[in-house]
Design a protein around this ligand. Sequence first.
Ligand code: COI
Length: 339
Amino acid sequence: MDDEYGGMKWDNLGFGLMKTDYMYTMKCGKDDKFKQGELSRYGNIELSPSAGVLNYGQGLFEGTKAYRREDGGLFLFRPQENAIRMQIGAHRMCMPSPSVHQFVDAVKQTALANRRWIPPPGKGSLYIRPLLIGSGPILGLAPASEYTFLVYASPVGNYFKEGTAPLNLYVEDEFHRAARGGAGGVKSITNYAPVLKALSRAKDRGFSMSCTGFVNKRNIEEVSSCNIFMLKGNVISTPVPNGTILEGVTRKSIMDIARDLGYQVEERCIPIEELVDAEEVFCTGTAVGVAPVGSITYKGNRIEYKMSNEVVSHKLYSRLVGIQRGIIKDNKGWVLKID
Ligand code: COI
């Protein structure tokens, strides 16, 4: 195993780009069919200045992770879900998309080609970033004439620089993340740059640079890079996806785990005021995992939540991580062995 790691130091891995060895590229021309893709050394790509993605934001991304287990086995977690979500997003953005098989195979090949970058168990994971972009040149507003599917990877640890400490969430009331009928429900690259302004405003007010909550008509919708949940009694609620909320793979998995553990799970509109009475609030995402919220600040009012190792979000996350690491039996076919 030491050989695989090549002397890498895995302690204190954060969520930053560490260049790995290989990336995967697959192209699609006017016939809307992706041709056989291939691995190449990780590096810059060449794009026409008039590529659809650069001019009109015709692009989607995904995020999934590869894990190394105690016995050395390498696994992916529900990559088919990311493939399906990319297909739905591609439809919204007028792009052709890889088949589920092509997507999963590309993710698998990228993970295996970079296997020396998959951290030891408990130290992190290999974050895999598939991208689908309009790479063909286009001047008038129209779909691009060629598309590129790319997959690269980076080893990561905790998303937040605060580690696993509870998040202090600033809820933005001026900027919205998405509007009904827009592309907020798919993982379009165009959903993310507009969030940066809210993040920097939160930072100016002394909150974490990487996390801001968004409301729409006073309903809490999403956090900058993750979904949000609240617990009250035996009921776990999360905003209903109505076109402005990204349907996270971790969100979906946590809802299933919560039901298995006997909680009632509801997807509904959640007025921000309801969070005052919540016993717990937590965020979920592939990058973030399951992160407890310690406080929420909205319109100058701060709500605080009790924290302990007994919190329900901790129980849900332990079960998710247990399945990913093979400590808890995977009865749902969520993990995919790749080596
Ligand atoms: C993920 O959780 O994979 C995401 O896409 C969030 C990203 C903004 C880091």
